[in-house]
Design a protein around this ligand. Structure first.
Ligand SMILES: Cc1cc2nc3c(=O)[nH]c(=O)nc-3n(C[C@H](O)[C@H](O)[C@H](O)COP(=O)(O)O)c2cc1C
Length: 301
């Protein structure tokens, strides 16, 4: 997720049962051209595994160049074929690619020729599902390793329900694993989608932002997850805007309107920490001890 699925958040959601975690969408041409972009857009460590890096590109050369640079540090390369923003469509990236299956085929082919990690696509569906079937078949013909399908067309808003039939079709015609995306806000939602479509897994964006412990079965963000995030974000270093926004999403459901107004108006990282210490009893050291004790218990079992 652009801005949000950076290293601390990825480590957080892994602690709460996520199997595969993605980086935010990164522009492939900028990534391969600039050392500064590589440093600011992507950081990883040994715990960040498996991680899929997602690129936006308009051609196979840009994508393969970026993929080659990063492939020793990731478990997979994903091609964004879903971003609906106007600027992305003008740049012929993101959801523009849903109307250009030939280019996507070239991208997969060229990338797979240059790297030894899986290459996947994250797609949307078309209004006419026959186009989706054709699109998927072309990607399969050049060895795409797995497919994530967001069950909406590029023009549909995320307030509209996902098209289960479209996701089911992608699964039916695929010979590789398929992950369904859209409207997963709980484990129950994920199970319902799997049941209706027979997909191999589900992906969540808005749901996991609100509740990073979603895949561990929690309905709202448990407090310890908030403490874990604060600890990880401060340990790795996170920009104040992103730090604050993550916490706004996570705490949204457990705050009253008045609390939310106060919390959302804070402007610095120390102010956010002070607030959480004073009103919620934030205690990173206690939480670290708790986690260590849990680990020891698991080890003894
Ligand atoms: C804040 C935010 C950032 C996103 N960034 C990306 C991205 O970088 N790459 C991508 O493929 N989709 C991105 N998406 C779209 C989601 O991956 C997903 O397809 C969409 O939100 C529907 O899933 P959901 O119902 O679980 O939110 C983003 C969505 C949100 C809300």
């Amino acid at each position: 997720m652009v801005r949000y699925s950076k290293l601390p958040f990825r480590e957080l959601v892994r602690r709460y049962n996520c199997d595969i975690v993605y980086t935010p969408m990164i522009l492939a041409n900028v990534f391969s051209a600039s050392n500064y972009a590589r440093d600011s857009e992507f950081s990883t460590n040994l715990l960040d595994d498996p991680v899929v890096i997602q690129f936006a590109a308009s051609n196979g050369v840009d994508l393969a160049n970026a993929a080659e640079l990063v492939s020793p540090y990731v478990s997979g390369i994903d091609i964004n074929c879903g971003c609906p923003q106007k600027w992305a469509i003008q740049e012929k990236i993101g959801s523009h690619l849903m109307s250009d299956p030939e280019t996507v085929r070239d991208m997969i082919r060229m990338t797979k020729a240059r790297v030894n990690v899986p290459c996947s696509i994250k797609i949307r569906i078309h209004k006419d599902l026959r186009e989706t079937e054709e699109f998927v078949k072309r990607a399969l013909s050049v060895g795409v390793d797995f497919i994530t399908v967001h069950g909406r067309t590029r023009r549909q808003k995320s307030t509209e329900p996902v098209n289960l039939e479209g996701m089911k079709l992608v699964k039916e015609v695929s010979t590789v694993p398929v992950i369904a995306n859209g409207d997963v806000f709980s484990v129950a939602d994920a199970n319902q989608i799997v049941e209706a479509t027979n997909v191999d897994g589900t992906m969540s964006a808005r749901g996991i932002l609100e509740n990073p412990a979603l895949f561990a079965g929690y309905d709202v963000t448990p407090w310890e997850c908030v403490e874990d995030y604060v600890d990880l974000a401060l340990s790795y270093g996170t920009n104040a805007f992103i730090f604050h926004h993550h916490l706004m999403f996570m705490l949204e459901k457990s705050m009253s309107n008045a609390e939310r107004r106060t919390f959302n108006s804070l402007t610095t990282t120390p102010a956010v920490i002070d607030y959480l210490e004073e009103y919620y009893g934030l205690d990173i050291v206690r939480r670290r001890v708790e986690r260590a004790e849990q680990k020891i218990k698991t080890f003894q079992l």
